[in-house]
Each structure stands twice: as structure tokens, then as C-alpha cells.
Design a binder for this molecule. Structure first.
Ligand code: THU
Length: 130
């Protein structure tokens, strides 16, 4: 199964009764395993979580901390861009050149990378004095 197919399938399980905007994310760990996530909203709106965050949590819970590919899909007119927080979360576990595919349920796709999504990102080097 392709990563995008995994994201498309899991999107059906998104819990988005407030925005009605279901998002599915799938990431491939360095082992080759696929981890899936959906957005999970809450009546206390700020407590909702994004699909990307769910997929990352599943990967880390399974014992992996390196991702090599990302796919995100939503029913949007254009491929949905990850929110700022999710860009930082993806950067934590991928590299600048990690491929990210953004897609719509209608079949539009946009290929990008973590570096393109988050230029000038804060990383460990900024905490070093040497
Ligand atoms: N959302 C995601 O899950 N991922 C994205 O990349 C963009 C936005 C969710 C959050 C919220 O549940 C809904 O989409 C509307 O913002």
C-alpha cells in the first residue's frame, strides 16, 4: 500500500464534528513501517489535535524516531498545507530533504519537503554555545 493510500484510508476515521474537515496523515518510519493519524477534535476547540501529530505519536509509541516520508490528505480545493506546529513536529523526526506529499481527495497532489515547509527552523544547533 502506498503512503498516500494509507493516508486516504485512515482519513475516514478522523473525528472532526466541529470543523467537518477530515484529515488523514501517514508517515513512513526508517524501518519501512507505516504509521497513521487523523485529526481528533474536541468540544473545547484548542484541545483538538492534527492528523500529523497523531501519526507521529503512533510512530514514537512503536519505538521509531526517524521518519523518511510523509503524506497528508484532506477534502480541500488545494492540497492542504500542514499547520505551523505540525511543520515543527515533522522537522523533529525527519530531515530537510524528507519528501512530503500533500493531496486532495479529488486527486490533486503537491510534492514538497520538510525544509520547504519550514525554512529557518529552530533546531538543536540553536541551543548550543560551542
Ligand atoms: N488539520 C490537520 O489535522 N492537519 C492539517 O494539516 C491541517 C488542519 C485539522 C485540524 C482541525 O481538526 C481541522 O483540520 C480544521 O483546522
Amino acid at each position: 500500500m502506498s503512503l498516500l493510500d494509507a493516508a486516504r484510508a485512515v482519513r475516514e476515521n478522523a473525528y472532526a464534528p466541529y470543523s467537518r474537515f477530515k484529515v488523514g496523515a501517514a508517515i513512513r518510519g526508517a524501518s519501512g513501517a507505516i504509521y497513521r493519524g487523523v485529526n481528533v477534535e474536541n468540544v473545547a476547540y484548542p484541545e483538538g489535535t492534527c492528523a500529523e501529530a497523531g501519526a507521529i505519536a503512533a510512530m514514537v509509541a512503536a519505538g521509531e524516531t526517524e521518519l523518511v516520508e510523509v503524506a497528508v490528505i484532506a477534502d480541500s480545493p488545494e492540497p492542504v498545507p500542514p499547520c505551523g506546529g505540525c511543520r515543527q513536529k515533522l522537522a523533529e523526526f525527519g530531515t530537510g530533504s524528507t519528501p512530503v506529499t500533500l493531496a486532495t481527495t479529488e486527486g490533486k497532489q503537491f510534492a514538497t519537503t520538510i525544509a520547504e515547509l519550514l525554512p529557518g527552523r529552530f533546531d538543536q544547533s540553536h541551543m548550543s554555545h560551542t
